[in-house]
Write a protein that binds this ligand. Structure first.
Ligand SMILES: C[S@@+](CC[C@H](N)C(=O)[O-])C[C@H]1O[C@@H](n2cnc3c(N)ncnc32)[C@H](O)[C@@H]1O
Length: 283
């Protein structure tokens, strides 16, 4: 079979099980299998595949047909300006999470912090911490996670990007092992409530770590803890930035306002116009 035939056939199979990104997934998996660029398919659509290549590709396809995310199958995911290694120990970083990086960078620019100290709580693959370390070379970042396995991968990603000297990795349940004060605390915490968790797509619920997603009954449990505990780790005029779910802007703003420690509270939308990041400055 040629590349053209295979892609057409795979699109039909993926669409039949309800996978909407069928063409993209087929091309990405085939390119990964053949260790080539997707452009290769446009240039050489009539290239045939050997039996061994077909067998290897079939194994990848079977995983995708069971709804395993493409990023776990290929072991990598693009984020910000780099590619991260990912595995089942970490949440796959989402493009929406780049909004919190943009907001953090904007604050660093306007506040003109000298060697800002930044804390990333729940770093997972290291996505946010690594993007900030790359963009602000003089920063000192502490990146925490409750999961030792996640931290191991985040550290590996830092080494692969040559950013290992900018980040200290720390296993900690929220702030338990964290010492000192920071100019900025960022976090994309778990924020899915128990009922919503049950409705998540199979690709998320069956494959991504539950502890990276679930936050109590309402989805707000982590926000309560972070907002109340963060203020004692922020410098005066230090900022707290949290990623939020699209429908959580009002509730999290209320928690932040009621805490009484923060001013200049604001919610920023993502590029789809949905609430995505809340920020507040320590009074
Ligand atoms: C939604 S994921 C975010 C991962 C990464 N920051 C990103 O944006 O892709 C939440 C992360 O918080 C971690 N986490 C869950 N509970 C935690 C806790 N009590 N203390 C610290 N980290 C926690 C999870 O292991 C997971 O890596």
């Amino acid at each position: 079979m040629t590349i053209r035939d295979i892609i057409s056939e795979i699109i039909i199979k993926l669409e039949a099980v309800g996978i909407p990104s069928a063409r993209l997934d087929a091309e990405v998996l085939l390119a990964f299998c053949l260790n080539c660029d997707r452009l290769e398919f446009i240039k050489n659509p009539d290239r045939p595949l050997s039996n061994a290549q077909m067998a290897a590709f079939q194994k990848l396809l079977d995983r995708r047909l069971r709804f395993e995310p493409v990023a776990y199958i290929t072991g990598r995911k693009a984020f910000w300006s780099f590619t991260l290694e990912v595995n089942h120990d970490v949440l796959i970083p989402r493009p929406d999470t780049e909004v919190i990086v943009e907001e953090a960078l904007a604050i660093c620019r306007t506040q003109a912090f000298n060697q800002p100290r930044i804390l990333d709580i729940g770093t997972g693959s290291g996505a946010i911490a690594l993007a900030l370390a790359k963009e602000i070379p003089e920063t000192q970042i502490t990146a925490t996670d409750i999961s030792a396995a996640a931290l191991k991968l985040a550290q590996k990603n830092a080494c692969a990007l040559g950013l290992e000297n900018s980040i200290t990795f720390l296993q900690s349940n929220l702030f338990e092992q964290v010492h000192g004060e920071f100019n900025m605390i960022v976090s994309n915490p778990p924020y899915i409530g128990a009922d919503e968790y049950e409705t998540l797509a199979a690709g998320v619920k069956d494959y991504e770590p539950r502890e990276a997603l679930l936050s109590g009954q309402t989805g707000l449990e982590f926000y309560e803890k972070l907002i109340y505990q963060a203020h004692s780790h922020l410098t005066e005029n230090g900022w707290l930035l949290l990623e939020i779910g699209a429908k959580q802007g009002k509730s999290v703003r209320t928690i932040m306002a009621n805490a009484g420690f923060y001013d200049r509270i604001d919610v920023r939308a993502d590029y789809a116009g949905l609430s995505r990041v809340i920020k507040g400055r320590r009074k």
